[in-house]
Design a protein around this ligand. Structure first.
Ligand code: NAD
Ligand code: USQ
Length: 397
């Protein structure tokens, strides 16, 4: 049994990071929880907040320690500050580093020039600092880095897991799969992937790049039914992801906001599978110098299909939800081929939690429980991919 390993979870105050830190701690690992609390500041700047109320970071970690009997040291600081990163790595000396700590909203990165620059500096510089701190203090540790399925875009051929064999002028090689990301945020993930791949080759770093699809759901076994441990529920136009938004919209009687034709198809997974995928990646580390890529999602859906599933689930609950097709604020293909491979994590033992009507009903139920906290003014999209500066111009940081 792979137990008692030191894992530094970075971005531990966020949606994926909080669920993962608690899950890995419960499994018996020594978890350190790092976060710069930047997301809380960005929310304030943008006038948005989680639908579920969130206790302060230190308080929710203290609540976990009290309830689980496990220790979870916290490190509060910004990954773009190398002195901070170096001190954490020198003192905690992790065996595995799970890196969620980035600005992760595509619309945020498309607000205007400042937000695009901020997103790329935050993400690319933060990750470079992590790579240097690994080299300096823990060169044998394993980096488990969250990438995104959006790195690939929507090509008219099957999407492989990171690599593709190419025949060219009579010669052949296995090369990184072509990248066609759809926002300055998604581009930042491509830049990260290249930097990580290079340090694996140059310094012998071991790394797993997890190209995660859109995550839905709220609860994991550790965060459910306890207000002190509850996870965040983003529903606003900037940070809300498509299925959770549709569930909230159904719960509050807002039309479901399908952008464009709704034929946009994405790989998706339940937050309960995110935590397990991270565990599997940590338990089966990459080799020294290996840059490994796994596609981390379990099923693909079009946006229109998701909306129809939410309407049907809501109907069963006595809610009359309706769909509204909005002009697409993004530049993306609305009808396209999509067949992305995702077998590596299942080969390691992932048993997917699939998207049943009961899963959708539970998300609607949670949204309904907190519906008085929903702000109707932050649901409709205002950030445009085409405009040079969108309506929101809140300062960054
Ligand atoms: P989130 O915004 O909820 O959490 C990210 C956390 O990282 C925040 O708490 C924030 O304060 C912290 N952070 C950001 N920049 C930092 C910095 N420079 N220094 C220290 N802390 C910093 O995001 P999430 O939904 O939990 O996503 C986590 C990761 O997973 C991201 O890298 C994202 O790109 C990736 N991902 C998320 C999804 C999704 O659907 N949520 C899908 C695919 C990939
Ligand atoms: N969409 C709608 N209506 C909405 C919201 C979204 O039709 O109300 C559409 C978008 O146009 C897009 C799709 O739904 O075609 C997905 O949008 P999203 O906001 O749910 O997800 P996205 O912007 O791609 O970003 C999210 C996370 C990001 C992660 C990514 C995984 O915020 O951190 O990297 O999912 S992936 O999509 O695989 O790149």
């Amino acid at each position: 049994m792979w137990i008692g390993v030191k894992i530094l979870v970075m971005g531990a105050d966020g949606f994926c990071g909080w669920a993962t830190a608690l899950y890995l701690s419960k499994q018996g690992h020594e978890v350190g929880a790092l976060d710069g609390l930047l997301r809380r500041q960005w929310d304030k700047d943008l006038g948005i907040s989680s639908l579920t109320p969130l206790p302060p970071f230190e308080a929710r970690v203290a609540a976990w320690e009290r309830k689980s009997g496990k220790k979870m040291p916290t490190f509060v600081g910004d990954l773009t500050n190398y002195e901070f990163v170096s001190d954490v790595f020198a003192s905690f000396r992790p065996d595995a580093i799970v890196h969620f700590a980035e600005q992760r909203s595509a619309p945020y990165s498309m607000i205007d020039r400042e937000h695009a620059v901020f997103t790329q500096v935050n993400n690319v510089v933060g990750t470079l600092n992590v790579l240097y701190a690994m080299k300096e203090h823990v060169p044998d540790a394993h980096l488990v880095k969250l990438g995104t399925m959006g790195e690939y875009g929507t090509p008219n051929i099957d999407i492989e897991e990171g690599w593709i064999r190419i025949e060219h002028n009579g010669r052949s090689d296995v090369l990184p799969y072509p990248k066609q990301p759809g926002s300055f945020y998604h581009l930042s993930k491509v830049h990260d992937s290249h930097n990580i791949m290079f340090t694996c080759r140059a310094w012998g770093i071991r790394a797993t790049d997890l190209n995660q699809g859109v995550v839905y759901g709220v609860e994991t076994a550790e965060t459910a039914h306890d207000p002190e441990l509850t996870n965040r529920f983003d529903y606003d136009e900037i940070y809300g992801t498509v299925l959770n938004r549709f569930c909230l919209e159904a719960a509050i009687g807002h039309p479901l906001t399908v952008y464009g034709d709704g034929g946009q198809t994405r790989g998706m997974l339940n937050i309960e599978d995110t935590v397990r995928c991270i565990e599997l990646a940590c338990e089966n580390p990459a080799q020294p110098g290996e840059f490994r890529v796994f596609n981390q999602f379990t099923e693909s859906f079009s946006v229109a299909d998701l909306a129809e599933r939410v309407v049907a689930a809501a109907r069963d609950m006595g809610i009359d939800a309706r769909i509204e097709r909005l002009p697409n604020p993004r530049v993306e293909k609305e009808q396209h081929y999509y067949n992305a491979k995702h077998s590596a994590l299942e080969d390691l033992g992932l048993k997917p939690h699939l998207l049943t009507q009961d899963v959708i009903k539970r998300i609607i139920e949670i949204a309904a429980q907190y519906k008085d906290r929903a702000d109707l003014g932050v649901i409709r999209p205002t950030v445009s991919w085409r405009a040079t500066a969108s309506r929101r111009t809140a300062p960054v940081k």
